[in-house]
Write a protein that binds this ligand. Structure first.
Ligand code: CTP
Length: 446
């Protein structure tokens, strides 16, 4: 097996960028072989089930991945599966004479361009802090001079425990990178901080630690994304808003950053954790969102309007709280600026992707918006009482001039990943392949 970087050829019948990314092409001889060596430590947490996906994300970017499992990790994921996706024998035992003869733990520590532990339990954090080396993984951590990154995953009470937080602080002081954890529902059924971040986000962060070796689909591209609702003030204490949680826009921003893009996220008021690896501009009203978007859009390659922007705002936001009376009240409303249409009208403008959240006639309404606003692409989704807004999952149909693709219900994180790959594919198809980054083609992994 060999990982190679090749330039995607300009060719007739170009069938899609992500298709190439995933294609099982035979090893090419025209590419320069550039591998990034990552020791991936897997410890005993339920999030270990994400390890095969993480290996795949690392390898897509050009990594050779050597897995080192702890004994408790084997309770959650099998070495056989991991060996298949990594293409290398798993290391688990410091005293394995045969494996040590092939590459000793010291050689392995030197071979690594980065050591990543994902999931990292509270136990492994404590062990690294103590400087103990009772097993192969902690021995490598002591012996390596490469950057070390940990993606913690544990119950939220364990994460917020003062002992874990003290260990986190010590690790960070020593220059060890802590990736996440995220906030959300946990395997134990509770909600809080302690979820392992998504594999593509972890992979992107680790590649940054290795000096940017390894490329994502949007390396060198700037992507501006709007997300969340807007608030249109009626008076100092009241406003008009909508049910958007911002989850879809935030997931898209993370997926774009994970593909190497420089991301500016223009966010309305949401109750979500600040995403890492991007610039986040917080705004309230549609007018603020319009101004913040146009402040960043000048050199943007792609614009994705995922925000649920108010179409109307009160004509006047009065300065003092409105007092009730016995009379009926009429609020005069005026149109808010259409951010998406204004960006799509820029010449030259970025590749522009809109959203159409509809309760009925989803595809027909979305097609109308695609044409009327002169968009490159539109993501149509049904919203209503039990779908779309303020949920963790979503389904969508993406439309563009001359084509469409439907994505069945999946997590917003998974959908965001697919949307970014599709947007990147069409961006390069429309804007020319000479701006494409070099591709990493993996020859023997599905
Ligand atoms: N949008 C925007 N600025 C606005 C309104 C909407 O940027 N003032 C963007 C949204 O982010 C989304 C798309 O436009 O990408 C939605 O299109 P739109 O026609 O405005 O949808 P609705 O507001 O749902 O319109 P309608 O009530 O006509 O269905």
């Amino acid at each position: 097996m060999c990982l190679q970087r090749i330039n995607l050829p300009r060719m007739a019948g170009f069938t899609g960028y992500s298709a190439y990314l995933r294609a099982k092409l035979p090893n090419s001889t025209n590419g320069e072989v550039q591998t990034v060596n990552i020791v991936l430590g897997i410890t005993g947490g339920i999030a270990a089930y994400k390890a095969p996906d993480l290996v795949r994300r690392l390898r897509e970017r050009g990594a050779e991945v050597q897995i080192v499992m702890t004994a408790s990790a084997e309770e959650f994921v099998t070495g056989t599966a991991l060996q298949a996706v990594s293409g290398r024998p798993i290391r688990a035992n410091l005293w394995d004479k045969e494996a040590e003869a092939a590459m000793s733990h010291i050689e392995l520590a030197r071979w690594a361009d980065a050591v990543l532990i994902a999931p990292a339990t509270a136990e492994v954090m404590a062990r690294i802090v103590s400087g103990g080396a009772p097993d192969l993984l902690t021995t490598i951590c002591l012996a390596t001079e490469a950057p070390i990154a940990l993606a913690p995953a544990m119950n939220h009470v364990m994460w917020s425990n003062p002992a874990t937080q003290a260990n986190r602080a010590v690790l960070e002081e020593r220059g060890i990178h802590i990736i996440g954890p995220g906030i959300g529902s946990q395997a134990c059924g509770e909600t809080g901080a302690g979820r392992m971040l998504e594999p593509d986000v972890i992979a992107a962060t680790v590649f940054n630690l290795t000096g940017g070796k390894g490329q994502g689909l949007l390396e060198g591209k700037k992507v501006v994304i709007t997300a969340g609702p807007t608030r249109e003030a009626i008076d100092p204490v009241r406003y008009i808003t909508n049910r958007s949680s911002g989850k879809m826009g935030y997931a898209i921003a993370s997926a774009a950053a994970a593909q190497g893009a420089e991301v500016v996220l223009v966010s309305g008021p949401v109750n979500l954790m600040e995403p890492s690896g991007m610039e986040v501009v917080h705004v309230e009203s549609a007018e603020d969102m319009y101004a913040a978007t146009h402040a960043s859009i000048g050199d943007a390659d792609i614009f994705i309007a995922a925000a649920a922007v108010a179409d109307y705002r009160p004509a006047e936001a009065v300065e003092q709280k409105i007092k009730k009376s016995n009379e009926a009240m009429t609020l005069e409303m005026v149109r808010c600026p259409d951010i998406l249409a204004s960006v799509a009208a820029l010449e030259p403008g970025p590749f522009t992707v809109g959203f159409a959240a509809e309760t009925e006639n989803v595809v027909a309404y979305a097609t109308g918006k695609l044409e009327k606003k002169k968009l490159d692409m539109i993501v149509a989704n049904r919203v209503g009482r039990d779908c779309g807004f303020d949920r963790d999952d979503n389904a969508a149909t993406v439309l563009w001039n001359g084509g469409d693709r439907s994505f069945p219900t999946s997590s917003k994180v998974e959908l965001a990943r697919n949307l970014i790959e599709l947007a990147a594919e069409h961006f390069y198809a429309v804007r020319g392949s000479e701006t494409q980054p070099k591709l990493t083609v993996i020859s023997n992994i599905d």
